[in-house]
Design a binder for this molecule. Structure first.
Ligand SMILES: NC(=O)c1ccc[n+]([C@@H]2O[C@H](COP(=O)([O-])OP(=O)(O)OC[C@H]3O[C@@H](n4cnc5c(N)ncnc54)[C@H](OP(=O)(O)O)[C@@H]3O)[C@@H](O)[C@H]2O)c1
Length: 303
């Protein structure tokens, strides 16, 4: 029986992990996030409040639950917010991760952490795990610092870097696909950059990689993403097609026109060979992922 502690269970990835591990009979799961209530309010799920920036709370909860595995899906993940609120971003994305490293090391637990393609500068994607990092914005800088805290922390670990996660959930923040859907449903026009290219990743594939890491007791750094490279405009157009929405509301533009606060890496994408070999990871392409998202949204009332 694996005792699994999930941090950030109210988020997009965290909810998916809660659902996936909640149905695994060989796991005892404790979900946590920094709000008092869990969005998946059901007796199937054990939940307790945990702010990973609070060192003593992390120590006492982990000391009593004694997980074999800690999965960290908690983060300040809004790129522009991180640019504006740097201290808060550092607190969650670096200091909080440090607390998890400290407790995991103490009890011999394995730490599985989610990171991002924004550790790269986007000049020479698609990237392999060993490629040179060079984050452009504060989000990427803080996420890279969080990775470093883990790799030097003398703790058993796996780090998954992933890209532009999309999917549905209860009260999840607007991921790019949801933002497109919500705007088009409201009849609003949107501008999407043609010069930002990446490999969007269906949330279920991120959770699947975590499951494989636990099953195979894999360690180290893994690049995990969707299988195709698309620009934001193309991704928005595919989303509109699959959700039967008005494609004429989507206008192409260049990133500069969006006046975003944080600079983004323009072309990322990952070489997935390592995840494929070590985890047998086979991701969805954007079309399949978006169809899956639609099926899930049609069957459950989410967002
Ligand atoms: N979304 C993407 O496109 C993307 C791409 C690449 C990598 N990632 C990485 O994937 C991971 C999960 O991202 P996501 O999209 O699921 O983000 P998300 O939906 O924003 O979820 C993050 C969760 O962490 C919680 N949280 C924030 N501060 C916390 C704290 N101090 N203690 C405990 N919980 C805290 C948040 O709660 P509140 O909602 O209440 O703040 C939220 O529920 C992150 O590490 C992110 O960097 C995301």
């Amino acid at each position: 029986m694996n005792r699994v502690l999930i941090c950030g269970s109210n988020g997009l990835v965290g909810q998916r992990l809660a659902l996936v591990f909640g149905y695994q009979s060989n796991c005892e799961v404790l979900n946590t996030s920094h709000h008092r209530n869990f969005v998946l309010d059901h007796h199937l799920f054990d939940y307790t409040q945990l702010d990973i920036t609070n060192r003593s709370d992390v120590k006492s909860l982990v000391g009593s639950f004694r997980p074999d595995v800690i999965i960290n899906a908690a983060a300040m993940a809004n790129v522009d917010q991180c640019e504006r609120e740097r201290e808060a971003a550092w607190h969650v994305n670096v200091t909080g991760v440090g607390h998890l490293v400290e407790v995991a090391r103490r009890i011999g637990a394995k730490l599985i952490h989610i990171s991002t393609d924004y550790v790269f500068d986007g000049k020479s994607g698609p990237y392999r795990e060993g490629d040179r990092v060079n984050p452009l914005g504060y989000y990427g800088k803080s996420k890279l610092a969080g990775e470093n805290v883990i790799t030097v922390g003398d703790v058993r670990h796996a780090i998954i870097r992933t890209i532009l996660i999309y999917g549905s959930g209860i009260n999840v923040k607007n991921n790019f696909a949801l933002w497109v859907i919500n705007n088009l449903r409201a009849g609003r026009t949107i501008q999407c950059a043609t010069d930002q290219r990446c490999s969007p990743t269906f949330v279920g594939d991120v959770a699947g990689a975590v499951v494989r890491i636990i099953e195979r007791d894999a360690e180290g750094l893994f690049h995990v993403s969707g299988s195709d490279l698309v620009n934001r405009f193309e991704f928005a157009m595919k989303t509109a097609t699959i959700f039967d929405l008005d494609r004429s509301l989507i206008h192409p533009c260049l990133s500069a026109a969006l006046m975003q606060q944080a600079q983004r890496p323009l072309v990322t994408g990952f070489v997935l060979a390592h995840a494929h070999e070590a985890l047998s990871f086979v991701p969805m392409n954007t079309e399949d992922g978006l169809y899956q998202m639609r099926r899930e949204m049609d069957h459950v009332t989410l967002n």
